[in-house]
Design a protein around this ligand. Structure first.
Ligand SMILES: Nc1ncnc2c1ncn2[C@@H]1O[C@H](COP(=O)(O)OP(=O)(O)OP(=O)(O)O)[C@@H](O)[C@H]1O
Ligand SMILES: [Mg+2]
Length: 313
């Protein structure tokens, strides 16, 4: 039997993807037929776990027509979820591929204001989950209105539920979570997030490793997975450092790369794999997602091949 996974996404989104030949100012830009996909940290994680044949329940606030649309898409994909109704309208982000350059432009909206009551309702729903919850993935940005220490409270609740809590967020919400004796099982910063967290510029792999190791030394997390884009990832725990080299891939979209890494990682952990094996699989899933159309993984992908091409050192 595999462990139970819950993801929490305070600021979910409907991603709208389209293409345009060139982005220029002051002119009407004719776009291709848009494709709509649920997104935002934990929703991406739950969708990819579902694609991998696992099961995760996505918990998130949803409001307005876009909130309805989000539920409908998840129903169609067969992703388990619980949506907490809110007064505001769930946001939509625009992801525009400029065909001429191959560049991807990502326009991210702030999201609807979450009132104090709505934040409370989301946390209360989390508190009232029936145990066991083996893994809790708290991921994405915070919407306006949510207190900066929202994820720190999520970590406390996760620990009360007996879950191993994985956090992937940025800016100030991350610094509220990454504190000594945080109770976090795993943090997954990218380099920029680690730089801001440790307040320094990291210009080599050695410097990255040293900075990530400080988080472990302070018990800001039991494990850190530093994701390094095309270069792969680094896993640090109290007694090991493991480097993973991502396979070279033709990049189709980078949206959700980090979420897909986490999806692969948690899916493997829930099946009883070691952390080292789980990160290996996560890096392969991240690379496969980058090489697939849309935020998740495309149906044709041979994950085994990506896994074999991911080097471990
Ligand atoms: N260009 C790439 N080629 C191969 N693999 C990639 C590439 N970019 C990302 N990946 C894979 O995805 C993982 C996560 O990527 P990255 O470090 O960019 O996450 P991130 O910065 O958190 O992304 P985001 O927050 O935008 O989803 C990497 O560890 C790697 O496995
Ligand atoms: Mg990220």
């Amino acid at each position: 039997m595999s462990g139970r996974i819950v993801t929490l996404t305070p600021n979910p989104v409907m991603d709208i993807r389209t293409r345009v030949s060139q982005v220029v100012s002051d002119r009407k830009l004719r776009c291709s037929e848009p494709v709509r996909q649920p997104g935002g940290g934990g929703l991406n994680v739950a969708r990819t776990i579902n694609w991998l044949g696992g099961r995760a329940c996505a918990l998130f606030p949803a409001g307005g027509g876009t909130g309805e649309d989000l539920r409908h898409c998840l129903d169609t994909e067969g992703v388990a979820y619980e949506a907490i109704p809110i007064a505001g309208e769930t946001r939509e982000n625009m992801i525009v591929l400029e065909e001429k350059s191959g560049h991807e432009y990502r326009f991210a909206m702030p999201g609807p204001v979450l009132s104090q009551e709505e934040c409370g309702a989301l946390l209360d729903r989390l508190r009232s989950l029936d145990p066991p919850v083996d893994f809790l993935v708290a991921s994405g940005s915070l919407p306006p209105g949510a207190p900066e220490d929202f994820f720190a409270e999520v970590v406390r609740v996760g620990n009360q539920l007996g879950a191993r809590v994985i956090v992937d967020t940025h800016e100030r919400p991350l610094s509220h979570v990454a504190v000594p004796d945080s109770g976090v099982f795993l943090l997954k910063p990218n380099r920029g997030e680690l730089e801001r967290l440790t307040d320094r510029t990291l210009s080599s792999e050695e410097e990255e490793e040293a900075a990530a190791r400080e988080l472990i030394a302070d018990q800001q997390a039991r494990a850190v997975v530093l994701s390094r884009g095309a270069k792969g990832a680094m896993l640090l725990t109290a007694d090991q450092t493991i480097r993973y080299r991502s396979p070279p891939v033709g990049v189709i979209t980078r949206v959700g790369a980090g979420d897909n890494l986490i999806a692969g990682l948690v899916h493997k952990l829930s099946q009883g794999a070691s952390l080292a094996e789980a990160v290996h699989f996560g890096v392969a899933v991240g690379a496969a997602a980058v090489a697939s159309i849309g935020t998740g993984i495309g149906g044709w992908v041979d994950l085994e091949e990506f896994l074999q091409q991911t080097e471990v050192a």
